[in-house]
Write a protein that binds this ligand. Sequence first.
Ligand code: PLP
Length: 382
Amino acid sequence: MHGHAHPRIAGAIGRQAARLEHVLLAGFTHEPVERLAEELRRVAPAPLEHIFFSDDGSTAVEVALKMAVQFWRNSGQPAKTEIVALEHGYHGDTAGAMSVSDDSLFTAAFAAMRFPVRRAHSAYCYRCPVGLKRETCHIECGDSLERILQERGGQTAAIIVEPLLQGAGGMIVHPVEYLQRLRALATKYNVLLIADEVLTGFGRCGRMFATELAGVAPDLMCLSKGLTGGFLPMGATLATHDVYESFSGPEPERAFWHGHSYTGNPISCAAAVANLEIFRTEPVFELIAAIAAIHSERLPAVARHPGVGDVRSIGTVAAIELRADDAGYLSSLRPKLYRFFLEREVLLRPLGNVIYILPPYCIEPRDLNHIYDVIEEGIRPQ
Ligand SMILES: Cc1ncc(COP(=O)(O)O)c(C=O)c1O
């Protein structure tokens, strides 16, 4: 996130490893986890006061799904167990995260392990599922969710969404109005909103969290990836006080029976605290704004290439969707482009026919411009 081996994070890891490498976060606590909880509360959307630590993005999602279902059970509404998700969503590779992810090559072998999920349209305006104009098509996508909730709201525990940017599903950027509508519908139909900010969190989309850009607060939020600045695996699921409260009480069945051996590992916590200190004390958001400005400068010319169908960007992320007869993750363009870029010493991993740039925040403008030059060379008609 801040480039390899940032000395502040590397130093924090070394100091913490020499002090306390681990203690099970059950009945015990430790200073790094207390500090991290405090720092996360400072940056997170206001209602998300409570934090449950886990190991990675997938487990942060599992925790959110399980919390949502048990929240309703603890609140005397045990029928609310279903999850609604979006087309093109990706939430991880464990069984629950795979269930809420859209059907794909990644999930094909595991159909028997996935629980059923209803799916609303994703506001993938370039490939509008109902063939509408870009400016208005998200309204129909929101309506598709409303139809599901009208029918199944009484059985639905939560809707899960990658806010504003669906990552592995094709770097699809949603209009803010769509996320705002999801929030409004979740409230209207008494369903929890889970924001999976595993990819979008920690500045990726231009603000600390993508939900901020739409001015909405979720009931549960999943974090990982950038949490430790990319040094160590760690997940966190943030919850509102209402959700938290439903789990407290003397009855053992109210408790959240979920815990991983390395939950709240002190070394990971120290890395995450150092990462948040970097955000607080270094001009990270200026670097992020400079990356976004280069995307805005360079993408219009890329969009004019005859092979380009769509370009999209949000914050530090830019995506170029190429026209392809075999569009999708297995597009024959992927291996050719991947090799072409690597031969020029640029590491880009196209999602099939979608090339995307997701740079570290410390990238120099000349390096980012060089990446664009190589991409333009790669997509030029032969
Ligand atoms: C939005 C989103 N959620 C969840 C995950 C899963 O995270 P992990 O790979 O750490 O399990 C990812 C990973 O790419 C992701 O992009």
